[in-house]
Design a binder for this molecule. Structure first.
Ligand SMILES: Cc1cn([C@H]2C[C@H](O)[C@@H](COP(=O)(O)OP(=O)(O)O[C@H]3O[C@@H](C)C(=O)[C@@H](O)[C@H]3O)O2)c(=O)[nH]c1=O
Length: 184
């Protein structure tokens, strides 16, 4: 397992080793001991999610779930490719408002750990994009929140270069980052 860190503390990129042979490959996609060692704490995943985005240029985000139901997420793309983004919204963090941005794809097998205290979102770079993620807390609609994906203060490059993005009604109505009060 290759483990990469960022200038922003918290998020970690995991890239499982692939054992390639004439059949294809084998990979351990999750190993608790390696994961716990890398993030420096014990967490329990209680929910697995999967979303299919039919078209390239779909954006889901930026989302968070507020305490007491805050979620850490381990995100991967198992069909197609995405730009995955985690924005630091931890009060008092020296990197508050800054983000980590990675490409996750079926090809690279990489997985991003998005800890509690981060907004999360992704943009699909291909049609028929399948994204799967493990969560450390159950979904709770009352704690669900978001921030505008295209907020100029966040200045996120979603890698869409002019493509008109497909956005949910909920995400299109999300508040600006400046109007948002972090619950973390
Ligand atoms: C996230 C979620 C949604 N739902 C329901 C609520 C709603 O009717 C429907 C679609 O929900 P959404 O529009 O919020 O789905 P989506 O926009 O895909 O939301 C997801 O986006 C990514 C970026 C994340 O980080 C996730 O945590 C989650 O917020 O599914 C659940 O039942 N359980 C869940 O865990």
């Amino acid at each position: 397992m290759q483990i990469d860190r960022f200038d922003i503390s918290g998020p970690v990129l995991f890239t499982p080793r692939r054992f390639v042979d004439e059949r294809g490959y084998f990979a351990e996609t999750f190993r608790q001991s390696v994961f716990v060692d890398a993030i420096g704490e014990v967490v329990q995943f209680v929910q697995d999610n999967q979303s299919l985005s039919e078209r390239k240029g779909t954006i889901r985000g930026l989302h968070y779930q507020a305490p007491p139901h805050a979620q850490g997420k381990l995100v991967r793309c198992t069909q197609g490719a995405i730009i995955d983004v985690a924005v630091d919204i931890r009060s008092g963090s020296t990197t508050y408002g800054q983000h980590v941005r990675v490409q996750l794809s079926a090809g690279n097998g990489a997985q991003l750990w998005v800890p509690p205290g981060f907004l999360h979102g992704f943009a699909t770079l291909t049609d028929h994009c399948l994204v799967q993620y493990k969560c450390t807390a159950y979904y709770d609609a009352d704690c669900d929140g978001g921030v505008a994906w295209n907020d100029p203060d966040l200045d996120i490059d979603w890698g869409l270069s002019g493509t008109d993005p497909a956005i949910s009604t909920k995400d299109a109505a999300a508040p600006a980052f400046g109007a948002f009060k972090t619950p973390f």
